[in-house]
Design a protein. Structure first.
Length: 364
C-alpha cells in the first residue's frame, strides 16, 4: 500500500525533502488486513506456544512476594511490579521484567487479561511492548491472573511530559517518540493479517525503553477491526475521557480513525506539555483542545502553546506542521482524518525540517 503525505495531497504547498534517518520511510504493507476471515483467537492458537507459562511461586520469588518496594505502577487492572526471572530451567542470568498482577476486584478483569494475552502473542513490532508470558491460577483458595512483560526503564511518556521531577524531553526526542508510536499504530492498522484497533491510546500507555524508544502497552481494550466489508465495529464505549473520539462516544462505532483522533490528542500533549484535561489550570485553559484552538497556528502567538520546558529549543516551522497534523487527526468526520501512513509521512517532514534548520531555535 503506497502512502502519500496528508498535506501534500490536500494543499499546493512545496513538497518536502527526503526524510531524515530518524524518519525512515514506513514499510509498505501489501494486503488489506480487514479482508482476513480469521479472528484474533485463530491467530492466537497458532502462536500461543511462544509464550512462557509461569508458576505463581516463580513470580512470587521474582518480586520478593510482590513487595511494595518493587511496585512500579497501579491501574484499573491492578498493580505492576519490577521482577527478576531466570531463563526456563533456572540456569543463566536473571532478566529484569515488569509483572502485572490482576486485582480480582479491579475494573479490567479476566476478559481484558485474556485480550492482552491474545493480541500480544500475535503482534511483533519494535514499537509494541513485548509480552514474555503469563500466569493463570484457578484454585479453590485463589484466582490469579498475571502478565510478564519486557521491562521499560524510562517509564511512561505521561511521566516525562507532566511530572516536573523528570528532565524535560528535548524536541528531537519528542519527534522520535511521536514517530515511533505512529509506526506502532500503523502496524496495528495495516501490518497484520487482521486489523487491530488499539482503543486506549494515551500518554500513560506509551512506555519508553533505555534509549527512549516508545512502545505501546496495555492491550486490554484492543479490538479486532471490521471485516466482511463492514466500515466499523459496534461496541460498548470504553477508553479514557479526553482521548476517546467523540464520534465513537456518540455512536459506539469503532474504526481505526478512532485511534487517529487519540493520536491527535497525544500529539498536542507532546507539543504543549499539558494534559488533555487539567482542572488545576485556570478554567479557560483546563481543556487542552479548546485552549489551543484560540491561538491560530500561523499567528505570532503560536509559540504560546509550546511547552515552556523546551526553552524555545525547537523548530517553529516543524512545530506548526505538527499542530496542523494534530488538527487533521481531530477532524469531526472520521473519514476526513489521515491514515497513520499519512501521519508518518508528515512526521518525517517535520523531522527533516528540524534537521535542515540546524539550530533548534530557528525563526523564534
Amino acid at each position: 500500500m503506497k502512502c502519500f503525505s496528508f498535506f501534500r495531497e490536500r494543499t499546493r504547498g512545496r513538497s518536502s525533502a527526503a526524510p531524515a534517518k530518524l524518519a525512515a520511510k514506513p514499510p509498505s504493507y501489501p494486503s488489506c488486513p480487514s479482508s482476513s476471515p480469521r479472528s484474533i483467537s485463530d491467530l492466537y492458537e497458532e502462536k500461543a506456544g511462544a509464550l512462557r507459562v509461569f508458576d505463581l511461586s516463580e513470580l512470587r520469588g521474582a518480586t520478593n512476594d510482590f513487595s511494595r518496594l518493587l511496585k512500579i505502577g497501579q491501574g484499573g487492572f491492578g498493580a505492576v511490579y519490577k521482577g527478576f526471572i531466570r531463563p526456563p530451567g533456572g540456569a543463566g542470568n536473571r532478566t529484569t521484567v515488569a509483572i502485572k498482577k490482576l486485582n480480582s476486584k479491579g475494573l479490567q478483569g479476566h476478559k481484558q487479561w485474556l485480550t492482552e494475552v491474545q493480541f500480544l502473542s500475535v503482534v511483533d513490532h519494535p514499537n509494541l511492548v513485548k509480552l514474555i508470558g503469563y500466569c493463570a491460577v484457578d484454585g479453590e483458595k485463589e484466582i490469579q491472573r498475571l502478565l510478564v512483560y519486557e521491562f521499560m526503564p524510562n517509564k511512561s511518556l505521561e511521566q516525562h511530559l507532566f511530572n516536573g521531577a523528570y528532565p524535560a524531553l528535548s524536541w528531537e526526542r519528542r519527534l522520535k517518540i511521536a514517530m515511533g508510536v505512529a509506526e506502532g499504530l500503523r502496524y496495528l492498522h495495516e501490518g497484520l493479517e487482521i486489523q487491530v484497533i488499539f482503543r486506549d491510546f494515551k500518554a500513560s500507555n506509551i512506555l519508553l525503553d533505555k534509549e527512549f524508544n516508545p512502545k505501546l502497552s496495555d492491550f486490554g481494550l484492543a479490538r479486532q477491526g471490521p471485516s466482511d466489508g463492514r466500515s466499523h465495529v459496534t461496541t460498548a464505549v470504553v477508553g479514557t475521557y479526553g482521548y476517546a473520539a467523540p464520534d465513537y462516544i456518540k455512536s459506539g462505532h469503532l474504526t481505526i480513525k478512532s485511534d487517529v483522533w487519540s493520536f491527535g490528542v497525544v500529539l498536542y500533549e507532546i507539543l504543549t506539555g499539558r494534559r488533555t484535561l487539567d482542572k488545576t489550570r485556570p478554567k479557560p485553559e483546563q481543556k487542552l483542545l479548546d485552549w489551543v484552538k484560540k491561538i491560530p497556528i500561523e499567528s505570532k502567538r503560536f509559540s504560546e502553546i509550546m511547552d515552556p520546558r523546551l526553552r524555545n529549543e525547537y523548530s517553529i516551522s516543524a512545530a506548526r506542521l505538527l499542530a496542523k497534523l494534530a488538527n487533521s487527526c481531530l477532524l469531526k468526520n472520521p473519514k476526513d482524518r489521515p491514515s497513520m501512513c499519512e501521519v508518518l509521512e508528515t512526521l518525517a517532514q517535520a523531522i527533516q525540517i528540524t534537521t535542515d534548520a540546524g539550530s533548534p531555535t530557528e525563526n523564534h
